[in-house]
Design a protein around this ligand. Structure first.
Ligand SMILES: [Zn+2]
Length: 436
């Protein structure tokens, strides 16, 4: 049964970062361990030097603080996590039985030689018909829309005047803030604007034009990743309040520290959601935990924060997909989807982070929710994880369905029907795409 990946980052390379091998994925997952074992100032210097590619500073920090040893220690501890196991499984499927050092070398070489080709192999090996990919822009020649359908984050549009100063731990939230800012600069340039225009009305016209252009260029849906920078508690704000906030934020650089920051972002979320209803663009929303370092605040990523948005009468036909299983709020996700006919859930990311939990969660979801509600996804931009997440996503779905058949909850015919709904049909129905 072919799979469609509801949420991936295929084709995405972070601005300023080269294509690296699987060792970079191990290190990325070690950031929390490193951050928690260095003086805060040293960690900040390390992150800044890495971002700037400052070799001399990195060498100096290494001599003084032995940062590499901290990464190695963390990577050794990661070996028993589903993340660690999945990376090994996916690498083996793509490159064969090699030592760790050889796998690192080959994974790097294959990326540099032909990254789209390697990803294509991952889709073939895992019988994936196509992926939806969360990406700012895509080169449709290298990454054909037939296999890679782009999803546009709305977050860059929400913060035209930047973010309040960040005073908490970790490098993750500042990174999201920077990325949102640099993508907005590109999107403004795409509409011929050197900076945000003078009034909110003109700015909203820019956002609309930008999103329509992206839809015309093949983007099939939207995404909200803002849980990494703020709470999901979006509330409807009046146009007048948002106009006043816009005017103040535009002329006073300290105003980003005031309530106006949230007023403007909230207003824009509702404006874009209304456009999404009009243009029939489904919206994915990140819910639940973040990456393996401090940054995202779990309380802010609790899907119950979305109740004001989801209960807004103007948005009753907005198709919303709450993603990542909302872990650890998985039951809340099901309860929200159960009460709203326009809300769906996906379990992207979970296939390479969770094993037993995912099987239990799928049992819970599939026995409560109608057959049209649940979607499979990987949430990776890495071919190794794509292969293992698809294999694990299928395995754990199969186990949940097999248990349901054994308990006489479903007939085998019903279980097969559910498998197809989850692996591809639900997504195609919600996005208006042709089933494989
Ligand atoms: Zn993602």
């Amino acid at each position: 049964m072919p799979a469609i990946d509801h949420h991936s980052h295929a084709g995405y390379v972070r601005p300023g970062e080269a294509l690296e091998g699987i060792d970079a994925l191990e290190r990325e997952n070690a950031m929390g361990h490193v951050e928690a074992n260095l003086p805060v100032g040293v960690f900040d210097r390390y992150v800044a030097a890495r971002t700037a590619g400052d070799r001399a500073e990195l060498d100096g920090l290494e001599r003084e603080h032995g940062i590499r040893a901290l990464f190695d220690e963390s990577i050794a501890f990661q070996a028993t996590t589903v993340h660690g196991v999945s990376l090994v499984e996916g690498s083996r499927a793509l490159y064969g039985e090699l030592s760790h050092a050889e796998t690192v070398r080959v994974s790097r070489e294959r990326r540099h030689a032909d990254f789209p080709g390697l990803y294509g192999q991952a889709l073939d090996v895992s019988d994936t018909a196509f992926v939806l990919t969360d990406i700012p822009a895509i080169d449709a020649d290298a990454w054909p829309h037939r296999q890679y359908k782009p999803i546009a984050r709305i977050d860059p549009y929400l913060y035209p005047f930047g973010h309040p100063a960040f005073h908490r731990r970790g490098s993750d939230t500042p990174r999201f803030q920077r990325v949102f800012g640099s993508i907005l600069t590109d999107l403004l340039a795409g509409e011929g604007l050197p900076e945000p225009p003078e009034t909110l009305d003109e700015y909203v016209a820019f956002v609309r034009a930008s999103l329509l252009r992206r839809q015309a260029n093949g983007f099939v849906g939207l995404k909200i990743a803002s849980a990494y920078v703020r709470s999901l508690h979006f509330i409807r704000r009046s146009r007048e309040d948002a106009q006043a906030a816009y005017a103040q934020l535009r002329t006073d650089s300290t105003a980003v520290e005031t309530a106006g920051y949230a007023v403007l972002a909230d207003h824009l979320v509702f404006a874009i959601a209304e456009l999404a209803v009009e243009r029939e663009l489904p919206v994915q929303i990140h819910t639940g935990m973040g990456h393996a370092e401090p940054g995202l605040l779990l309380t802010g990523a609790d899907p119950r924060n979305l109740e004001p948005l989801l209960s807004d009468p103007a948005l009753n036909r907005l198709r919303v997909i709450l993603i990542h299983g909302g872990y650890p709020y998985t039951s809340y996700l099901a309860a929200i989807a159960q009460a709203h006919g326009n809300v769906y859930v996906d379990y992207s990311w979970m296939p390479y982070l969770h094993h037993h939990t995912l099987e239990r969660m799928l049992q819970e979801w599939l026995e409560l929710l109608p057959a049209n509600k649940v979607m499979f996804g990987t949430d990776t931009g890495q071919p190794e994880f794509h292969v293992s997440a698809t294999a694990r996503g299928r395995l754990l779905l199969d186990r949940a369905l097999t248990a349901g058949v054994a308990d006489r909850l479903w007939t085998t015919t019903q279980a097969e029907w559910l498998a197809g709904r989850v692996l591809n049909e639900n997504l195609c129905q919600v996005y208006g795409l042709e089933a494989p």
